[in-house]
Ligand binder design. Structure first.
Ligand code: LIP
Length: 275
């Protein structure tokens, strides 16, 4: 990482997307490995709500990722899940978006579907992103000018063209308005596609679309840090992403697809969410 810092500083030019990706990978690997090494501490909670938990490891892993990023780019801004309410990251054209443990509830139960996600945006555009799932041994990466990769090999979205044949990853938004029963939306999706799956880690779910293992991912009430990196990975794998609405600060209603099933799915979802 020192090589990246000295290179961009020495040349007096902005970092390239691949230099930024190198740091994103180092940050999410370091954070992910820390979580994986401390699996025995997965029940150390600092906040428990009806449908979610916040772990001591969430905070520790974010700090680890932050340190890696700031040691390479001390003047860049950070937007992290664990500190999102505390800082307004507007002092730099580069903003790093970190989800230290995406799929925290899975992690706390010992399920392998969790990951660390790190993206960097320049003037609001995602330039590079990495999603690392230590328990699955998977690293997904992309830059805005390069291919999407899984463990260094190119990946591509599926060619499923009919919504009825699609496998759709989704989630159950606990904060969906009381008027709108979240199960109604889930039922509508499940009844109109081949299979709906709820795996519990948005970044990994979207990467499944990039890898052609799922045809779409839709979730209401996730946050920008859940999909900042994975969104770019889907696009660079040939897919389409769309924020259907932003119901609150950093909150998203988000659809990612292989492009071919995007329009019918969007229509179905919009008709149920009254967007
Ligand atoms: C999780 C998402 C998941 C969603 C959960 C939660 P976290 O993120 O990845 O898709 O269903 O409610 O938002 O909180 O583990 O980073």
């Amino acid at each position: 990482m020192k090589a990246v810092t000295s290179l961009s500083r020495k040349c007096g030019r902005p970092p390239t997307p691949s230099e930024l990706l190198q740091v994103a990978v180092a940050a999410c690997r370091a954070a992910g490995r820390h979580a994986a090494r401390n699996l025995d501490r997965r029940k150390e909670t600092i906040l428990v709500t009806a449908h979610d938990v916040k772990l001591a490891l969430d905070v520790e892993c974010q700090k680890i990722a932050e340190r890696r990023i700031l040691s390479a780019f001390p003047d860049h801004a950070i937007l992290g899940e664990e500190t999102a309410g505390e800082t307004a990251p507007d002092h730099s054209p580069y903003v790093w978006i970190i989800d230290p443990i995406d799929g925290t509830v899975n992690f706390s139960h010992g399920l392998p579907f969790w990951c660390c996600s790190v993206a960097v945006q320049q003037a609001g555009q995602t330039v590079a992103g990495a999603v690392f799932g230590p328990a699955l041994g998977e690293l997904f990466t992309a830059t805005q000018d390069g291919p999407a990769l899984r463990n260094g090999k190119p990946i591509r979205v599926s060619d499923t063209s009919r919504m009825e044949s699609a496998l759709v990853m989704t989630g159950l938004d606990q904060k969906l308005s009381k008027r709108m029963n979240r199960l109604t939306l889930f039922k509508a999706i499940a009844e109109n596609v081949r299979k709906a799956r709820v795996m519990g880690a948005a970044a990994l779910d979207a990467c499944r679309v990039a890898a052609g293992q799922a045809d779409a991912y839709f979730e209401s009430g996730i946050y920008s840090w859940d999909v900042a990196a994975a969104g770019l990975i889907v696009e660079r794998a040939g897919g389409q992403i769309e924020t259907l609405a932003t119901p609150g600060p950093h909150r998203l209603i988000f659809l990612a697809s292989n492009r071919l099933v995007h329009f019918p799915l969007r229509r179905l979802i919009k008709s149920h969410l009254a967007l």
